[in-house]
Write a protein that binds this ligand. Structure first.
Ligand code: SAM
Length: 257
């Protein structure tokens, strides 16, 4: 995902789309709950940085490294973090997270996140390489894990119908991207089986309700040290996104916060 126009649309959607805002809010709350004060977070597939910015704004104690393959995504993320003076705490690395360089794998991490990204992995072999990498990092560091993504639905028209009702103002390019991402995503059962095979069978999981189009898998730190900062306050969402965001949180079958 490196086409400049697609990157710009994705980045713009991160402030205008109700669906994207509620997802970023959900992810920030989950990561806050998993990461103790002063934690070091490794984010796989940082994209244009919107998801991380929702977290980093209200967790000034965190130190974060974001990895992505796409130079244009990284350049946009760099601009966002600089504009919000988050760049002193958020480092960006151009790399493939299915084969991370030693400069990343040798470091200590308290948390590993991967948000809205697994569906971009082209097949099960690449997914397995990504999950093996995450499992090795968790074994090595005891890091908490937070994986969040679309889930492929049984009915091919279901998400389209839902988006028409829930987010009617979504620009066509983001609507198309959302539908393509859902169609490319792994089902909840597929990810559950692959996580188990990768040695990550202990992760908890939940999914959206009533339509299970989003899924999450997570584990606290291996040493049991709880996350959460008393200073954390989620971003104040625009009024248009607040109701949907509350519904997403209430409907999710399980979550770490
Ligand atoms: C849909 S974006 C999500 C970005 C961000 N996490 C968010 O939630 O807004 C997925 C990102 O994953 C990146 N990506 C996909 N496969 C990757 C890989 N194997 N290694 C590194 N980055 C990858 C893409 O370049 C893209 O920027």
């Amino acid at each position: 995902m490196n086409d400049p126009e697609a990157v710009a649309q994705f980045h713009a959607g991160g402030v205008s789309s109700t669906a994207m805002l509620m997802v970023y809010d959900f992810n920030a709350r989950a990561l806050d709950a998993l990461l103790p004060e002063g934690a070091r977070l490794l984010d796989l597939g940082v994209g244009s940085g919107r998801a991380l910015a929702h977290l980093a704004r209200h967790r000034p104690d965190l130190h974060i490294t974001g990895v992505d393959l796409a130079p244009n995504m990284l350049a946009t993320a760099r601009g966002l973090f600089e504009s919000e003076a988050l760049d002193t705490r958020v480092a960006l690395v151009e790399a493939d997270f299915t084969a991370l360089p030693e400069s990343i794998t040798e470091q200590h991490w308290d948390g590993i996140s991967c948000m809205w990204t697994l569906h971009q992995l082209p097949d099960f072999e690449v997914l397995r390489a990504a999950l093996r990498q995450i499992a090795a990092l968790r074994d090595h560091t005891g890091a908490a894990v937070w994986l969040f993504d679309f889930a492929r639905l049984q009915g091919p028209g279901t998400l389209d119908s839902m988006m028409a009702v829930a987010d009617p103002a979504l620009p066509p390019v983001l609507r198309h991207d959302g539908l393509a991402s859902e169609a490319a995503a792994f089902t909840h059962d597929e990810l559950t089986a692959e996580l188990r095979a990768a040695g990550l069978g202990e992760l908890s999981s939940g999914h959206a309700r009533p339509i299970p189009w989003l899924q999450a898998f997570w584990a606290p730190r291996a040493d049991g040290r709880p996350g959460g900062s008393p200073r954390f306050r989620p971003d104040r969402l625009p009024a248009s996104a607040r109701g949907d965001s509350a519904l997403l949180r209430a409907g999710f079958t399980a979550k770490p916060f």
